[in-house]
Design a protein around this ligand. Sequence first.
Ligand code: ATP
Ligand code: MG
Length: 573
Amino acid sequence: MKNLESEASSAPEKSSGEVDERSNFIRDIIIQDIKAGKHGGRVQTRFPPEPNGYLHIGHAKAICLDFGLAAEFGGQCNLRFDDTNPSREESEYVDAIMADVQWLGFKWDGLFYASDYFGQLYEWAVQLITAGKAYVSDLSAEEMREYRGTLTEPGREDPHRNRSVEENLELFERMRRGEFPDGSRTLRAKINMASPNLSLRDPVMYRILHMEHHRTGNQWCIYPLYDYAHGQSDSIERVTHSLCTLEFDNNRALYNWFIEQLGIFPSQQYEFDRLSLTYTVMSKRKLLKLVQEELVKGWDDPRMPTLSGMRRRGYTPEAIRNFCASLGVSKTNGITQLQQLEYYLREDLNKHALRVMAVLKPLRVVIDNYPDDLVEEMEAINNPEDASAGTRKVLFSKVLYIEQEDFREDPPKQFYRLAPGREVRLRYAYLITCQSVVKDAEGNIVELHCTYDPATRGGNTPDGRKVKSTIHWVSAAHAVDAEVRLYDTLFTKEDPSENGEDFIDNLNPNSLEVLTGCKVELSLRDAAPATRYQFERLGYFCVDPESAPGHPVFNRTIGLRDTWAKIEQRAKR
Ligand code: ATP
Ligand code: MG
């Protein structure tokens, strides 16, 4: 717990050293393209999520780049749902993704769906077949894998590679009409089975899937694959700079091949490094597993790295955007420390969160020489970082709660808080001295008896005497009971999938601790969901949607940096 020293801290080191933090190689390419007058100096990007899960902090990096670069150069950015695989996609995800992009602070120019282009994509496929550039294959998925070869061995030609154009056209049309079962045939591009780039070895363009689509219903039973749909969708929208993560590096040649063969708008793909964070899994497939197996309480569980989980936890859009701006944009994947994200979170909350007093693990304190019926209003500062936030009155009376951790019967060295015979300052109130300790039959401390010095109202010492510690408190008669949920990382390992381990095996069994019977100051009784506070000396907390008037529930967003905890940890080592 913090001892009210200043929250001074330094920003994490930037990998980019001295250069402008916003500089990145994609930005440099755009600047050159504008100078060269490419596309008439027009810049257009898109953010293309597949609606098969909720957005996570990795997507935030992509969103900030796609929308940020377009805005910086006066261009446009579309939101396009890459909905070509009906087996995984749902409109629940579409809605959640739109809400998250808006929450993060971005507005799309056009809203599109790859499924809007199914008709056009089909026509282009017919065009490629007619030009002898695509053919219908009868190979099963397994046979196709065998024929593909490896990085060191060339592939073998598909036995149906030299079907006539007429036969291909007829078979493709029959595929579309639904005459064949799932998986029995595919449409393949006719490129080069010996190419060193495996994605050019006659890649599949269409597969048969009799499945209802969240938008096109049962209109289609053949669906285009990512590689065939993505570049053409970019081209239809006249995207100039199509940004994606490094794993698509090998697909770029194919992206270009389709565009060249079709002679359509030459969108270009650029790859940047994928964000990975320590103690976090990021792929939607893994996050879905956590949700489905009820290892977390839904996509918006405050421990999830999803934008909806982070929002519920108390993250601000500004903190996430600032973090994304601090990330490099490079050509090699690395791993970013979770602490870097937390730095930007604390920095933003420190500026904006209202300070209040709350006691998580209460210990009763009776001030013996304080009048029985007196209640005083103490003036408290709402935000020392923001004078416009003003002040409020906090009620003080004879019986208080303080934090159990702020008292030690036998204080170790460097523990400066309350102890028998010792004087401390109560924040915004008086100096008190501990006179005696009341214990229950098991020897647990249940109550302290203290005296106060009436001359120290507001925490001043007229004689200039020093006290080493200031602690927080709430008045017992005026406190509100609250539930507080404390979170730790969801995984115990920096890399939860290290050495091929199952990430589920590295779940942190203590990632959630629920405290009930916490005591918070009266001003929090009806706190509105999503309001963010700093509980003095404890950290930042956000009101959970499960709160009800009179029964507030808080999520701990993040702690303050805690000097005493560090001293104790060091001592244990
Ligand atoms: P996941 O593996 O989590 O499902 P994805 O790449 O399949 O991710 P998409 O919905 O296809 O998810 O991604 C939309 C966009 O977001 C893509 O351009 C993708 O490159 C980008 N993106 C996804 N994850 C990250 C990440 N961790 N860092 C940066 N960009 C990402
Ligand atoms: Mg994907």
